[in-house]
Design a protein around this ligand. Structure first.
Ligand SMILES: Cc1ncc(COP(=O)(O)O)c(C=O)c1O
Length: 262
């Protein structure tokens, strides 16, 4: 009887050893549990937590790769390898805004806002249905507009761009009826926006120096000076909420309207 019991123990022990070896091997070879996301995350977190840069800057991930050691990018008015040096007589540039003020929020929500994109993710030029736009993204954009109620999307195309600046320019280009476009108009379209407006509207329109459209400044001034001259093609950029004053704006003219809803 004692012999049978000890034989059973040996069988159990052998089975346990085999199973442990099997699971251990699967784990080590990554088939049991994928470990590449953990490795990537550990690398990213290791660099991000190397140094606080004295609270006056942030570690440059790119710089760390090049030099092999942490490199601090200091805020304005701070210098030194760890940004601890205050630079007296430095000039505070209040020329324009910078989303850096949002950084503490995103640091606080690091886990939920971090996206891991494997190198091989969506390498194809197109999706299975031959489309160049992810169907789910298209659906979500239409849904978002319908919830907010700020755009009619039914029967419309969704156009993607690298930010709204690029899309606004594409809209201005498409709506213009100037000298080189397919119209009889011999004068460039006038691009207007209600002051105070986001300065890039002017800068971008002037940068492209097109024969088809010219920046014409403040919408109200244009309205006063032209008193409804319907011969002209005017493209009004309406920004709501507006940058820089946060006002909710509406179109003042009846011509082509480009909406920028930051
Ligand atoms: C009114 C407005 N439009 C456009 C932009 C730029 O947007 P994007 O980075 O998407 O081109 C900004 C950025 O501050 C903005 O305030």
């Amino acid at each position: 009887m004692a012999k049978i019991t000890s034989f059973k123990y040996i069988i159990f022990l052998a089975c346990s050893l085999v199973l442990n070896l099997l699971f251990g091997s699967l784990y080590l070879h990554g088939e049991w549990e994928q470990s590449w996301t953990k490795t990537a995350a550990a690398e990213a977190e290791a660099v991000a937590s190397i140094s606080s840069c004295s609270g006056h800057g942030r570690v440059s991930l790119e710089g760390s790769i090049l030099t092999g050691k942490p490199v601090c990018e200091c805020n304005a008015c701070y210098g030194g390898p760890d940004c601890s040096q205050f630079l007296p007589h430095c000039v505070a540039d209040a020329d324009s805004g910078d989303p850096m003020f949002l950084e503490p929020f995103w640091v606080k929500h690091a886990a939920s806002s971090t996206i891991v994109v494997p190198g091989w993710h969506r390498m194809s030029y197109e999706y299975n249905d031959g489309s160049l736009i992810l169907k789910e993204l298209d659906t979500q954009i239409r849904k978002l507009h319908s919830v907010i109620g700020n755009a009619v999307t039914e029967g419309r195309f969704i156009i993607f761009g690298v930010g709204s600046t690029q899309l606004l320019h594409a809209a201005v280009h498409a709506l213009s009826t100037g000298t080189t476009s397919h119209s009889d108009s011999s004068s460039p379209s006038k691009v207007v926006a209600s002051a105070p407006y986001y300065p890039v509207y002017r800068e971008q329109t002037e940068f492209f120096n097109s024969e088809d459209f010219k920046f014409n400044g403040d919408t109200s001034l244009y309205k006063i000076n032209n008193n409804g001259d319907s011969q002209e093609n005017v493209i009004e950029i309406v920004t709501s909420p507006n940058n820089p004053d946060g006002q909710l704006k509406k179109a003042l003219l009846q011509w082509s309207i480009c909406e920028d809803n930051p």
